[in-house]
Ligand binder design. Structure first.
Ligand SMILES: [Zn+2]
Length: 242
């Protein structure tokens, strides 16, 4: 099958099993963002970039985000070493059929992300920011394909992952800072219809000492907070009187 001009195949060497394979990547120059969502997701004009964000080894199934794929230091990762050895020994038909290079469907993209999440959790020191980011990708992939119920489940998992990251993370992402992470948790809760909790996180974001360094986050937080308030009043208005 002819591949879109926007895709190319990169030669990779798996850091877990040493196997060689080709992974399909989306050309950076071809990525066109149509708009940005209130939870920082992007809507794309053509290919959805999140589909191609994970590299997965067809030999041992080791998977991670493209930019972290080579980072693995196997000598510290006994669980991953063991899992990959076992998986590599399996016949090809016992492994998920999601490793072929070329255009990727949503279902394969989801499965690759789920593998990356499973391997990220196996790490001796799980990178909580990486985990939360992978869950966010699942939110956006399901939204892109219109799978509302799966999107909802992914948002639950992402909110939980970001709460854990916020509590235990060593370093919050520079682009978001403390207010951005609090805002994002709040926004996921708002989208889940948990308006009271959403507003609590928005309030925490606005009360953050760093908020003035993130004027964009501040205005997004104020807008969404108002929206959550209106949504909450609407829900209460439809409830029968006690
Ligand atoms: Zn491998």
């Amino acid at each position: 099958m002819a591949m879109s001009r926007n895709l190319w195949n990169k030669k990779c060497k798996c850091p877990a099993c040493g196997g060689e394979f080709e992974a399909t990547r989306l050309r950076t120059s071809s990525i066109k963002v149509k708009s940005r969502e209130s939870d920082f997701g992007s809507l794309y004009e053509a290919e959805c970039a999140y589909f191609y964000a994970v590299t997965a080894c067809p030999h041992c199934t080791y998977a991670a985000r493209n930019e972290h794929f080579d980072d693995l230091r196997l000598e510290y990762e006994a669980k991953i070493r063991e899992a990959c050895q076992k998986l590599k020994a399996l016949p090809a038909d016992r492994k998920p059929g999601i490793f072929e290079p070329g255009e990727l469907g949503a279902e394969a993209a989801v499965k690759r992300h789920e593998l990356a999440i499973a391997f990220a959790r196996m790490r001796f020191h799980p990178d909580l920011s990486d985990l939360a980011g992978l869950h966010m990708h699942l939110v956006w992939i399901h939204r892109f394909t219109g799978q509302a119920e799966k999107e909802r489940q992914a948002m639950e998992a992402a909110a939980k992952a970001y709460e854990e990251f916020f509590l235990k993370g060593h370093k919050l992402p520079e682009k978001l800072g403390e207010p951005g992470v609090l805002y994002l948790i709040g926004e996921l809760k708002r989208r889940l219809g948990q308006f009271r909790e959403a507003r609590q996180f928005f309030e925490k974001a606005l009360a953050s000492r760093e908020i003035k360094s993130f004027p964009n986050i501040e205005s997004m937080t104020r807008d969404r907070m108002l929206e959550a308030k209106e949504q909450m009043e609407k829900v209460q208005g439809t409830l029968p009187a006690a």
